[in-house]
Design a protein around this ligand. Structure first.
Ligand code: SAM
Length: 347
């Protein structure tokens, strides 16, 4: 094995220069994949955890320059799911074997803390053996605490980019990198299993930005890391920016698996959109989570974060089955447990 991959695997760290070398040299790719897979097998075997994704609102008060559901997109028909709709999705998901529900949406002020807490409590009451994950953006410490007390245990909030200057090129002036990072530390402090992550090949991203992302993740030590390629959306200011490519995402998945051996690492829908076998390749390079869609079929096409998003026409049962087959085709198997992070100690 080359020295550099050996060092990354044994010390879970490398210098900036060494990381850049892996990111820019294709001759390490095969070894990186093999080692990432070996480390994933050490901790998680061939298990792939499933998360049932419920995209419950596409209203958003933010105007992120890359995102298809940004406030300024007038070409989008907006929707909100009721508490009853969400519970229906959970019911269907539970019957299909899901034991984690991820509630994701834009930052929609209609869902006050009281409404969010009610939704969480209802899911918790009906499905006490399931984990509830939230992905609803930047909130106050007290709001995060209220959701946690109501029964949410995990929170996904990608930091998007850890570099302040780069962050300001992707977001309007009123959003800040510092605030997003602060939210992540608040979530950790409260006791959530936290997921951070970045878009790969987002406009203006440099190699140094990626190193900064990795350093930020080392500081945060999240339980989950969600990364995927930037993909353009026709109704955003970034409509003409090039889509990310497969290789950098796979390289980063491999590096992340070796840097954070026990982390939960999804093979994302964006990766599957980029390449027909993107998620399979992701799983083979250290990823161990897939998030099939449980949203009602009538709203799927409205949660269009980027163009050509996959799985917008399939029923939940089809998504569930398709995921199972994809994992099986490459020698892994989906498991329907809650799939908590291995190193997470509940308070
Ligand atoms: N509002 C919540 C938040 O800000 O975390 C959750 C919803 S947000 C739409 C979920 C994720 O979608 C973002 O963290 C971002 O990384 C990803 N996303 C949005 N637009 C994208 C694009 N054009 N390409 C790839 N990923 C995108």
């Amino acid at each position: 094995m080359s020295e550099i991959i050996q060092k990354l695997r044994t010390t879970q760290n490398l210098s900036d220069e060494e990381l850049k070398l892996i990111l820019t040299t294709d001759s390490y790719d095969e070894e990186l994949t093999q080692n990432a897979d070996a480390v994933r097998r050490e901790h998680y075997g061939t298990d792939v955890y499933l998360r049932g994704l419920i995209e419950f609102t596409n209203y958003c008060k933010n105007d992120c320059l890359y995102c298809g559901i940004r406030k300024s997109n007038q070409n989008l028909s907006r929707y909100r799911l009721t508490e009853q709709d969400i519970l229906e999705c959970c019911k269907e998901g539970y019957a299909l074997g899901f034991r984690t529900f991820v509630l994701q949406g834009g930052e929609d002020m209609y869902y006050t803390d009281e409404r969010i807490c009610n939704i969480i409590s209802e899911i918790h009451k009906n499905y006490p053996d399931c984990a509830i994950t939230l992905s609803i953006g930047e909130k106050s410490y007290d709001s995060y605490l209220a959701y946690f007390k109501a029964g949410a245990e995990r929170y996904l909030l990608r930091h998007e980019t850890a570099n302040t200057e780069h962050y300001s090129k992707l977001h309007p002036a009123k959003m800040s990198c510092e605030h997003r990072k602060k939210c992540l530390f608040n979530l950790k402090k409260i006791g959530y299993q936290v997921g951070a992550g970045m878009m790969v090949s987002s406009p203006f991203q440099t190699l140094d930005n990626i190193i900064e992302d990795l350093r930020f993740l080392q500081e945060l030590q999240p339980q989950m890391i969600g990364i995927g390629p930037f993909l353009s959306h026709q109704d955003t200011p970034f409509k003409n920016k090039p889509n990310g490519e497969l290789k950098p995402v796979l390289k980063l998945l491999g590096i992340l698996r070796l840097m954070f051996p026990k982390v939960l690492l999804p093979a994302t829908t964006a990766l599957g959109t980029l390449h027909p076998l993107g998620r399979e390749l992701g799983l083979k390079t250290g990823a161990n989570v897939i998030m099939p869609n449980l949203s009602p079929i009538c709203v799927r096409k409205k949660y269009m974060l980027y163009d050509n998003k996959i799985c917008t026409g399939d029923e939940s049962a089809q998504c569930r089955q398709c995921t199972e087959q994809r994992a099986k085709s490459i020698g892994y198997q989906v498991v329907m447990s809650r799939g908590d992070a291995k190193d997470f100690e509940k308070r």
